[in-house]
Structures are given as C-alpha cells and as structure tokens.
Design a protein around this ligand. Sequence first.
Ligand SMILES: [Cu+2]
Length: 358
Amino acid sequence: MMSLIIVLGVLLVLAIIYMIFRVSNLVSIAKGQTDDDRISPNNSLNAALFIVFMILSIGGFFWYSFAHFDDYNLPVASEHGLRTDTLFWITMAVTVAAFVIISVVMFVFIYQYRYRKDRRAKYYPDNHYLELAWTIIPAIVLAVLIFTGLRAWNDITAPASKEAEVVELIAQQFAWTARYPGNKDGELGRVNFKLIDNFGNEFGLDLTDKNSFDDFKSLELHIPKGKEVLLKIRAKDVLHSVYLPHFRVKMDAVPGMQTQFKFIATKTTEEMRRETRNPNFNYELACAEICGRGHFSMKMPVVVDEPEDYERWKAAQESWLKQNPKYMDKVPAALKEAAMIKAGFENDPGTGVAKAKE
Ligand SMILES: [Cu+2]
C-alpha cells in the first residue's frame, strides 16, 4: 500500500512538471517567439549542465574509488590471488583510461557543438584510417587482455596435485559444512544424496565404503598455510557460491554436480591479524549467490594455521561415525571391525564388545 502511494506521488510530480513545460511552451508561442528564440538559451544552459555533470560524476568516481579503496580491495592471501590481482589492475587501468577519454570527449562535444543559429554541420562521410585505428587498436588490446586472462584461468583451474589437502564443502540453505577425509586414510568416503537423512547423515555418507569411517565434520574451515588445498564443492538444495575474498576464490556450488577450486593460502590468521592491525580479524567464507531469505547469514569462519598447528587440529577431531554411533548398523558385517578402528572407537574390556567411548 505504501509503495503504491509513493508510485502515485512520483507519477503526479512528473505529470505536474510536464504540464508546466507544456504551458510555458504555449505561452511563448502565444507571445510570437520563434523556435530559435525559445531553444537557444535553454540549449546553452543544458550544454553547460552537461559539463558540470561530467566534472561531478568523473570526480565522484575517482574520489570514491580512492577514499574507499580498502573496503573493496581486501589484502590478498593466496598465491594465485597475486596473479589475478595484477591482471585485474591492468584491465582496470586500460578500461578506466578508455572510459575517461570517451566520457570527456562525449561531454565536451555536446558542449562545443551545441545548436547555434549561424552554424551549419560539416559533411564528413568517412575516414578509413580513423576507422582502421579504432578497430585494430582495441582489438589488439582486448586480445592481449583476454589471452593472458585465459592462460591464468587455465593454470588456476588445472587439476590439483596428488599431495593437495582435500576438503569437501557442502552448501545448504543457509549454512556451510565441511567434511575432511579423516586421520586414518586421508580419502573422502563415498556419498550418495539418497542416503541423506534427518537423523545425522547430513552428508549422505555411504557406510559400505571403508573410506567413510574416519571422515569428520567441521563447522569451521581449517586450512594449512603454504600447502595446496583442494575444495570439493557440492550443494544440497539450490545454487550457492563459495566466496573466500582474501584468497580470491569464488566457485559456484551446484546441486547434483561437484565443482572444485584449488589454491594455496600464504598468510595464517595470526599473520593477517598483525598485517591488518586488527586483533579480531578472521577469514570468512561467504555465500555469493542469492540463495533465499537467509542468504545474508550464510557464512563460515575460516582459520589458516601453520601446517603443524593444522595437523594438530586435525588429529584432535572426532570421526563422524564416532559422533553418530547408531550408524554402525549401516556398516556391512565384514567391515565392522575396520570401522571401529578407523572411526576411533575403543574396545570395551568389560564386555569384549566394542562400543562408543563416551
Ligand atoms: Cu547460499
């Protein structure tokens, strides 16, 4: 209702402005003024206003870009991030230069060649050299930008090395969950979306696969500094997007399809706290795809540790199976013993039956 009133109000104001314009036009015709008498003064005023607009908008553009530089240019903390940042700023320099030249020429021409009674337009049909120049130069510049960008993209998205630390990120409305391959086998267990249930198996973990026994869940993304990390990304409901701004990582999470991104973090959380002089600094993973009402809150804390601290953190994590011992029922009989060991259960000496350590 309120928005309807606002829309009606705006329409009314526009109608009034139009009526004033119409009336003043009719009055000047009634006074016997010619077209030139009416057009010329307004025309010069408009032309001057274009110059004012040009100065304000280009000045505002540069002022904002410099004054808020730190708000949109976060310190970079990954290896490929340095490369993409360099490419970004080269592209920015070229496009801003073109933007400023074209804008200034456009507004100055509007002012310079505004209507004047005694001026006639010059007939200038074409100039082949000029056309060749403005076709070939941008074509070469764009080709260089695109091919260097493509080469960087191919390197960044190339397959990860065998030694890469694999972490699975699962997106759902409106939270992120990480699954680590575990402390025993270092392999992610098989998953199947049909196995996802409401009682604990949020990953859809397939317990007939022995690699799944030691997998563990984390609500914080821990990664080591200086080591390649491969994120395997999936979504359980709608499109989401993994966005790690400090690492210049962005990759969509697509339902029914695994996507991935590999990168090397170059600064630990501690180092970043010192660099930003902010003792409360924390890396963050944010969802970068409007995925529903709670999209704004869909984020995950990220911790970058020294490799030793990372290994220590990993070793301290409890396997998912140990946290959800009822799923032992789903483990095939032949694998039960292996599952007990890998999941970190201990044998109960009293009964001789293995059971979860509380
Ligand atoms: Cu999301």
